[in-house]
Design a protein around this ligand. Structure first.
Ligand code: HEM
Ligand code: HEM
Length: 165
C-alpha cells in the first residue's frame, strides 16, 4: 500500500472509471431484457430475439463490471487516490460516502444478479432496486462533478480526464 497520496488519478484508474460507468449505464438501459428472460423462463414462454441477446449481454457485462471493479479496488489500494477535491467539510464527507456507496453497489449488484439468475433466494427484487438507487446516485455524482468543475472551478472533472502519472 502507498503511504504518500498521488497528485491525481492514473491513466488506468481513469480508464476504469469511464469504462465501468459506460457498462453500468448499458445495464441500466437494457436490464429490462433480463427481467423478460427470467419471467419467460418461469412461465415457460419464449422471448424475442432482442431480449434473448440483451439478456445474455446483461449477464456477461454484469460479470465484467464485477471483475473490473475488483481490479479498480486493488489499484486503489496499490497506487492510492489524490486528496479529496476541496469544498466545505460536509460536502467532502458526502463525496466520500457517495464514492463508497458506488463501490458497494458495484460489487453487491452483480452478486445479487447472479443469485437472482440462478434462483438462489428472493434476490430478483433486491437486484431490481439497484436501478433507482444507481440512477439517483449517478445524477447526484455527475451534478457534483460539474458543480466542482464549472462553479468552484477547482478542476475536479479534469482529474478524471487527464492522468497525473
Ligand atoms: C452492475 C451490474 C448490474 C446492473 C447495474 C444491473 C441492472 C439491472 C436492471 C436495471 C435490471 C432490470 C430491473 C427491472 O426490470 O426493473 C436487472 C435485472 C436482472 N439482472 Fe441485472 N444488473 C447487473 C448485473 C447483473 C449480473 C452479473 C447478473 C447475473 C446473471 C444479473 C442478472 C439479472 C437478473 C436475473 C435480472 C432479472 C431480475 C428479476 O426481475 O427477477 N444482473 N439488472
Ligand atoms: C455509472 C456511473 C459512474 C460511476 C459508477 C462512478 C463512480 C465513481 C467513483 C467510485 C469515484 C471515486 C474514485 C476514487 O477516488 O476511488 C468517482 C470519481 C469521480 N467521478 Fe464518477 N462515476 C460515474 C459517472 C461519472 C460521471 C457521469 C461523471 C462526470 C460528469 C463522473 C465524474 C467523476 C469525477 C470528476 C470523479 C473524481 C472525484 C474526485 O476526485 O474527488 N463520474 N466516480
Amino acid at each position: 500500500m502507498r503511504s504518500v497520496r498521488p497528485l491525481g488519478y492514473s491513466a488506468a484508474q481513469i480508464s476504469l472509471h469511464w469504462l465501468i460507468a459506460a457498462l453500468v449505464i448499458f445495464q441500466l438501459l437494457l436490464g429490462d431484457s433480463m427481467t423478460h428472460v427470467v419471467r419467460a423462463r418461469i412461465r415457460d414462454r419464449v422471448v424475442s430475439s432482442f431480449d434473448a441477446s440483451m439478456g445474455t449481454a446483461h449477464y456477461w457485462v454484469g460479470i465484467a463490471i464485477l471483475a473490473l471493479v475488483c481490479l479498480r479496488l486493488a489499484l486503489r489500494l496499490l497506487v492510492g487516490t489524490p486528496k479529496p477535491a476541496g469544498g466545505p467539510a460536509p460536502l467532502v464527507l458526502l463525496a466520500r460516502i457517495a464514492h463508497w456507496t458506488f463501490y458497494v453497489l458495484l460489487v453487491a449488484v452483480p452478486i445479487t444478479g447472479l443469485l437472482a439468475y440462478y434462483q438462489l433466494g428472493p434476490f430478483g427484487d433486491i437486484h431490481s432496486l439497484a436501478k433507482p438507487i444507481f440512477i439517483i446516485l449517478i445524477g447526484l455524482h455527475a451534478a457534483a462533478a460539474l458543480f466542482h468543475q464549472f462553479f468552484l472551478k477547482d478542476g475536479t472533472l479534469l482529474r478524471m480526464l487527464v492522468p497525473a502519472h
